[in-house]
Design a protein around this ligand. Structure first.
Ligand code: UDP
Ligand code: MG
Length: 308
């Protein structure tokens, strides 16, 4: 019998915990051919979330829970869930009911049909205008500079096969941008679309600073573009500086204009500023390579082996 793991990261969700548990039970009891486990990861909640979780784990041994010593953040909570999951398929979802459990049957269906990754895709974001527009711009930017194609309009509500999980566990990077890591893995993926409802109870645990950190983790983890910025500046400065130098030389020789020494110096210093930028870029390239190396991701991921 196949086993499903459901991971729920929890940060101050005391009111949502009993509700999401009940909703999940309603969905899960319809499956006759699948066993399951639910893993609550309490990410250092300051309210009574842990108490709410314990009430559930005391009733049902299929519900597992772990609690952090402090708030480590959503992505780390999900990673801890991944480390402890034992299922053949693993679903991560928010505990605030913004990721509806009703979607689980279609996600499982898709998985049974061969998809290794099933993303729940938001077709209709009800977030504030500011969050919508920043998210849109960010994903467009990340899509342009990143070598990995990270699907649009997906969050961390997804199903992954245990084969994908095995690879994620091998990635030891500390700045974790899971949706990028999952996309980087490759494999067959599919989408299940849904309208994302608003949060009903409690408050968002994602402050702007946490969101900015996540955004930076996405950019730095999946693109070396920021390190190459110096190259563009360097080329621009060297080219314009050389043109300027050629102009004043021409002016001095053919028009007999006398340029004071400081003008010559400013032009030369300007060119060398550009050279410095180019050197910075070269250092950046090395740092980028060190960075890639220390992430220690597997070089390749094998999906199938035949006759080995
Ligand atoms: N969460 C977490 N640690 C945090 C912030 C959030 O584990 O530091 C959990 C939270 O309890 C929820 C999920 O991550 O289950 C998504 O968070 P939230 O709903 O606050 O994010 P939003 O939907 O506003 O993007
Ligand atoms: Mg939410």
């Amino acid at each position: 019998m196949a086993k499903l793991s459901i991971i729920l990261p929890i940060y101050n969700e005391e009111k949502n915990i009993p509700i999401i548990y009940e909703e999940l039970c309603k969905v899960l009891k319809n499956f006759t051919d699948i066993s399951y486990e639910i893993i609550f990861v309490n990410d250092g909640s300051r309210d009574n979330s842990w108490h709410s979780i314990l009430t559930i784990t005391n009733q049902n041994p299929l519900i597992k829970a772990l609690t952090f010593s402090r708030n480590f953040g959503h992505q780390i909570a999900l990673s801890a869930g991944y480390d402890h999951a034992t299922g053949d398929a693993i679903i991560t979802m928010d505990a605030d009911l913004q990721d509806p459990p009703d979607l689980i049957p279609s996600m499982l269906e898709s998985w049974k049909n061969g998809a290794h990754i099933v993303y729940a895709r938001r077709i209709d974001r009800q977030d504030t205008f500011l969050k919508r527009i920043t998210a849109q711009l960010y994903y467009k930017f990340l899509g342009t500079i990143s070598d990995v194609i990270i699907p649009r309009n997906v969050g961390d509500f997804r199903l992954i096969d245990k084969q994908v999980l095995a690879y994620i566990k091998q990635c030891k990077e500390t700045s974790r941008y899971l949706r990028g890591m999952v996309a980087w893995a490759g494999f067959k993926h599919s989408f299940v679309d849904f309208k994302r409802p608003n949060r009903q109870l409690g408050a968002t645990g994602y402050t702007w600073s946490k969101m900015v950190k996540l955004a930076f983790d996405g950019v730095t983890g999946f693109s070396l573009f920021p390190l190459k910025l110096a190259a563009f500046i360097g080329v621009f400065v060297v080219v314009t500086g050389t043109l300027m130098f050629m102009y004043i030389t021409w002016d001095a020789i053919f028009n007999k204009i006398t340029y004071p020494l400081f003008k010559w110096l400013v032009t030369i210093i300007y060119i060398f500023m550009g050279v410095q930028f180019l050197l910075l870029w070269i250092i950046g390239e090395y740092i980028g390579r060190i960075f890639e190396q220390q992430k220690g991701r597997p070089l390749y991921i094998i999906e199938k082996k035949i006759n080995f």
